[in-house]
Design a protein around this ligand. Structure first.
Ligand SMILES: Cc1cn([C@@H]2O[C@H](COP(=O)(O)OP(=O)(O)OP(=O)(O)O)[C@@H](O)[C@H]2O)c(=O)[nH]c1=O
Length: 634
């Protein structure tokens, strides 16, 4: 059987399938693989929003399922299996990921989303090669860095070293237009309940399907063909002379995009190179993932270090940001919102851009989960519709524009900042400082749009982190466009809110106001909180202000607020979350301003130092920590 030699490579190894899926077990058994079944106990609760693409989520889930079983078996019987296979199948429609329905209503919700639509089924697969090594034993113990920071088992008398090979497969499926009656009849059959997306293509669910493009078994739950190719690559790696130039596809297809930047646009559709999954391409440059490399490395026959996948992702990261910024600047998402889906050539025509390079850009955006590609062309995904269309309620277009126009330049001067220690924002935004915002209206507006879009994400969390109903008036220092003021006025019907900010900001804030009753309780007062008297208020608010100032300025501002605040008054501070004190600072690079994120305890001590007591700390989403202190009697 053509695949036997490949499957045969595993015949003399202890293979475990870390899956309770009867379909997966059947597919692998039918292919002649001998294995034990040890269902994984990994809870499939990874934070979906933290993955750039649906398939990245499936691959990571598959990996964690397999590593959990490998670690548990290593602990239990001190001899981990040789190979553990994990898999995770998800259905993706737009940027929405559909897993197994929790109940019939959920199944109905899923099937309704899929009804009459084309969607993708991704199965992520992880092949974990294990090697238990007795750390007290003789010989060389080589700690191999995992290609991903996977949890290690807590060895009793040996360390479990693992090498993870991972990939995903995508299959496109289209449902016919289905009646409510048929959907409920299918749901009441019970078949949907243990299947991603709420359907089983291999059974009754087959009746719902109009067409399938790609590997059918991948939909059922295990991409056998890709799995065998992966085994072939691992156990029969190409000879050096066969090796193509190593391509790092940590940012799918950006590499292709870059290659084409120096030649007439054309070439392969980057979206396709991303479809094959990372294992196929990554592994070409990733030979150290092959088990032979692990054996050789452990026996000293080969001292090459493990492939630095994570590091390459870090090196490539800037390309993805620049692709996003370019797409935003071209208003790509606006065009697709109004006229999508569109074929690449039509997009190029509407944007008056080069057809070939536009196609590359679209492919990369699709690979990054910003666009979805169907037979009818490219359309916005859910996240693009929500956050990248310029007039959307939750648009982050302003932030992208500002980062591209200004912050990007700041980071090009990072070396100077590190060498000279100066705050390099002056180098790029210096124009803003020296010539003052008032003489640079466009720059001010870009800054305000960026701050407006970012503040919109957290304004409600900040306004509701504590019960502020005891205050009758609030002053939002540096309140910019008044987005937080709106939330405060909306949340606390009797609160009067003053937004206090530089004259060149308050004169432009009108453009950001939307109507509504609460605006009657909001006023904008121009001024400089370092120089001018602060408006009277029961509660002073600082949202994303302190972290942008050096300590001397920060203490000056807090001292001025403390003097203006009457006993019993409050100070509400909302700032970027930093790691706990002493840990490495949040890896999110700041805009090189002179301030830095502080831990909740550092904020607490800061307020106490300036006369505030009963200091409480809360979290506002993933981004901010909120601190509220009460002014003590002097
Ligand atoms: C789209 C589709 C999915 N499935 C099954 O859906 C489950 C996905 O869930 P999972 O979390 O990946 O796997 P599991 O079943 O929970 O097992 P485990 O690996 O232990 O998590 C798997 O069963 C698949 O076959 C079908 O049988 N037919 C289909 O058309």
């Amino acid at each position: 059987m053509v695949l036997c030699p490949v499957i045969g490579k595993l015949q003399h190894k202890r293979v475990v399938l870390a899956s309770a899926s009867p379909r997966r077990q059947e597919i692998l058994s039918n292919a002649g693989l001998r294995f034990e079944v040890v269902p994984s106990r990994f809870k499939e609760k990874l934070h979906k929003a933290s993955f750039a693409t649906p398939y990245a989520y499936a691959v990571e889930t598959a990996k964690q399922k397999a590593l959990e079983v490998a670690g548990r078996m290593h602990q239990k019987d001190l001899r981990a299996p040789d190979v553990v296979i994990g898999a995770d199948t998800i259905v993706a429609v737009g940027a929405m990921i559909l897993e197994k329905p929790v109940d019939k209503q959920d199944a109905y919700r899923m099937l309704s989303r899929l009804n009459g639509k084309e969607h993708s089924v991704f199965t992520g697969v992880a092949i974990v090669h294990c090697c238990s090594k007795d750390i007290s034993g003789p010989g060389r113990t080589l700690r191999l860095t995992l290609s991903s920071w996977a949890p290690r088992a807590h060895p009793t008398d040996g360390r479990l070293d693992t090498e993870v090979s991972e990939f995903y497969e995508e299959t496109t499926v289209k449902f016919s237009e289905l009646s409510e009656e048929l959907l409920w009849e299918y749901i009441n059959s019970g078949e949907p309940m243990d299947k991603a997306g709420g359907y089983g293509i291999q059974a009754l669910g087959g009746m719902l399907v109009e067409y399938v493009h790609g590997d059918f078994l991948n939909v059922v739950g295990f991409p056998l063909n890709h799995f065998c190719k992966e085994l072939a690559r691992l156990y029969y790696p190409p000879r050096p002379e066969d090796l193509r130039r190593v391509r790092h596809d940590s940012i799918p297809a950006v590499d292709t995009f870059e290659n084409l930047s120096d030649s007439e646009a054309g070439g392969s559709d980057p979206g396709q190179s991303a479809k094959g999954g990372r294992g196929g391409e990554q592994a070409d440059g990733d030979r150290s993932q092959a088990p032979r490399a692990l054996d050789a490395a452990l026996n000293g026959a080969d001292s090459r270090p493990p492939f630095p996948t994570g590091l390459l992702e870090l090196m490539d990261g800037f390309k993805a940001s620049k692709v996003l910024f370019t797409a935003c600047k071209l208003r790509l998402f606006d065009v697709l919102k109004d006229q999508g889906p569109l074929q690449a050539a039509d997009v190029a025509r509407k944007l008056s851009t080069c057809a070939g390079r536009t196609e590359q850009l679209l492919g990369v955006c699709a690979a990054l989960g910003l666009l979805e590609k169907t037979r009818r062309g490219y359309g916005n995904t859910e996240v693009a519709t929500l956050h990248l269309v310029s007039d959307g309620e939750h648009s982050l277009q302003g932030l992208a524009e500002y980062n591209d126009a200004h912050v990007w330049g700041v980071f090009t001067r990072l070396g100077l900042a590190v060498r000279e220690g100066a705050d390099q924002t002056r180098g790029v935004l210096g124009a803003m400082e020296e010539e003052r915002l008032s003489q640079n209206r466009e720059l001010t507006l870009q800054f305000m749009r960026a701050k407006h879009s970012l503040s919109k994400l957290t304004a409600h969390h900040v306004a509701t982190a504590f019960d502020l109903s005891r205050f009758a008036s609030a002053c939002d220092l540096g309140g910019c466009t008044g987005i937080l003021a709106r939330e405060l006025a909306q949340e606390y019907p009797r609160l009067q809110v003053t937004v206090f900010d530089l004259p060149e900001v308050t004169e432009l804030s009108g453009g950001f106001q939307r109507g509504g009753r609460q605006t009657e309780r909001i006023r904008f007062v121009p001024g400089d909180f370092f120089k001018d008297s602060l408006p009277e208020a029961d509660l002073y608010v600082l949202s994303r202000i302190l972290q942008d100032w050096p300590d001397d300025k920060l203490h000056k501002l807090l001292s001025r607020i403390s003097s203006s605040c009457r006993p019993g008054g409050g100070l509400l501070v909302a700032e970027a979350v930093a790691e706990e004190e002493g840990a490495s600072r949040s890896p999110r690079l700041r805009t090189l301003s002179a301030g830095q994120p502080r831990s909740p305890d550092e904020h607490r001590r800061l307020l106490q130092r300036h006369g505030f007591r009963d200091v409480r700390v809360a979290r506002a989403g993933d981004l901010l920590c909120v601190v509220l202190g009460t002014r003590a009697a002097p």
